[in-house]
Write a protein that binds this ligand. Sequence first.
Ligand SMILES: C[S@@+](CC[C@H](N)C(=O)[O-])C[C@H]1O[C@@H](n2cnc3c(N)ncnc32)[C@H](O)[C@@H]1O
Length: 266
Amino acid sequence: MKEASEHDSWSVGQSYDHYMGRWSRLIAKEFLNWQNIPKYARWADIGCGTGALTRTILDHADPASVVGVDPSEGFIAHARKEIADERATFEIGDAQDIPVPDNTVDVAASALVLNFVPDKPRAIGEMQRITRPGGTVSFYVWDYPGGGMGFIDTFWKAAATLDPAARKLDEADRFPFCTPEGLERLCREANIQGVTVKALEVDTVFPDFEAFWHPFTLGAGPAPGYCMSLSTSNRERLRKRLEELLGGENEIRLTARAWAVSMTNI
Ligand SMILES: C[S@@+](CC[C@H](N)C(=O)[O-])C[C@H]1O[C@@H](n2cnc3c(N)ncnc32)[C@H](O)[C@@H]1O
């Protein structure tokens, strides 16, 4: 099992939005409903990417401010361009060394990021550092090991039938900690007690097979990165295999489940 992959490409905002951002915005809404944070809170969105969670916070949580942090210059440029709101600022930076002063936010949240961070306890410690005592530290990751990210799980299972090497690129294999037990274990490693873990779910609906397939050809993210690394003929074989599995014309409806963790900062 290997956490980092050469196919983890995060840079082109529009491609990411089409592949993942539109679903991460839906799950962000579920997350906010669950968190129910009072108005006028100061938020940090760690690993903000193109700003899916930041946008959702601005639209639905009435924040005083949101600072989004991500190492991808391309994503930060996209977020700055798309989110023109005086309450929002964006910084290039890493979850393991967050460029935000101590005790300056009420909520530090991180959406679908922790699995890509090499030192996860350190990232959680950084989120605690920037959050005031009594504030909230929370994060969520897709349920890769449980097959809860249906469209990605379907992609990798089909890819593995054609290319055994694809199996070790599957996020289910790379990120086994993305389960309730794994997340609780991670929190214990980070010396945190009393966390709450919750499943968040939305439907991912594709009107037909082409709508399902197209985002995999855009290159942003592990599965699209792998897809575009294939030769044209191998990519076509994979496309056909998936089409056989899912059907060509009918609507494709799959579940996207994330495990969310929340704790009060001490
Ligand atoms: C699946 S995307 C999630 C983006 C966004 N939070 C959302 O909900 O759509 C993963 C993000 O993690 C970011 N990332 C990867 N390694 C990181 C690190 N060490 N620190 C902070 N962010 C990181 C990537 O640049 C990318 O934007």
